[in-house]
Unconditional design. Structure first.
Length: 267
């Protein structure tokens, strides 16, 4: 019994000495410890519409700064559309307008044209939404009805009853179907990526390659001849073209839009 009391007394003395050396009370020490743990566990805020130092070194360029529409214009226009699109909360959005193809604000394209490139963005669809990312877009004359002509990375809600085959999300619209997709639910962001090296093109979705093809190949030209693009000479075979975001009358949000040009002599 005496030894037990002695040990407790010694323990109290040691604890008091430690607290005195630390210059804080046991309550303060506990609060500081909890604060440190909270800081360690708290996730860092997601950085959007910015480039990392590594991306800058790799040659990436932002195509949307989160605040303006700089670098974009309406297709067949000199300026950005006055309606149909808006910048809100760091997002570039298509305004819902009834589902018509390029009937309200119209498509928008990059001011610059690109040949060999890696392009990526994050997109968020609303229920039943339809849109697309087109590339190697040329403003051909006479102007076609509806959307401008180009190769299209399809953006669409796959649960729509009219969607199947090459009309599905991440497919090359009308030509090649995307496979092995890992899709986040409607209302969440997904990441699209397009890589074009010469005539070789890849579509990626959320870090997974879902299709690849060769522009101008025998297979490619055969598929084009059987598609809605059969009347367009050398469809999809331009050396360079604009990148386009489609207005199809449904609300779709975009962010983290970026591109890097590829030097085939170095890659």
């Amino acid at each position: 019994m005496k030894n037990s009391k002695l040990y407790r007394s010694m323990g109290a003395v040691v604890l008091a000495a430690l607290l005195a050396l630390g210059g804080c009370s046991s309550e303060e020490a506990s609060q500081e410890s909890n604060a440190e743990e909270s800081q360690q566990e708290a996730p860092q805020a997601e950085q959007v519409n910015t480039l990392t130092s590594q991306e800058k070194e790799e040659g990436w360029v932002l195509l949307f700064d989160g605040e303006t529409t700089n670098g974009w214009r309406g297709v067949y226009k000199e300026a950005f559309p006055e309606k149909g699109w808006k910048v809100e909360d760091g997002l570039l959005k298509v305004v819902a307008s009834g589902g018509g193809e390029s009937e309200f604000g119209g498509d928008i394209i990059t001011e610059n044209q690109y040949g060999n490139f890696e392009f990526s963005l994050e997109f968020k669809l609303t229920e039943g939404a339809n849109s697309g990312i087109k590339y190697f877009v040329k403003e051909i004359r006479p102007r076609p009805e509806g959307s401008a002509i180009g190769l299209e990375y399809q953006l669409i809600d796959d649960s729509r009853p009219d969607v199947e085959g090459t009309w599905t999300l991440a497919s090359l619209y009308e030509l090649y179907r995307a496979e092995n997709k890992q899709v986040n639910p409607i209302g969440e962001f997904n990441k699209a990526r397009i890589i074009a090296r010469g005539d070789r093109v890849e579509h990626w979705l959320n870090g997974v390659k879902v299709l690849e093809y060769t522009r101008g190949s025998e297979e490619f030209r055969q598929l084009v001849s059987e598609s809605k693009y059969s009347d367009y000479e050398n469809f999809g075979e331009a050396e360079e073209g604009h990148i386009l975001l489609q207005d199809h009358g449904h609300e779709v949000a975009f962010r983290n839009i970026k591109i890097r040009e590829i030097d085939l002599n170095k890659n």
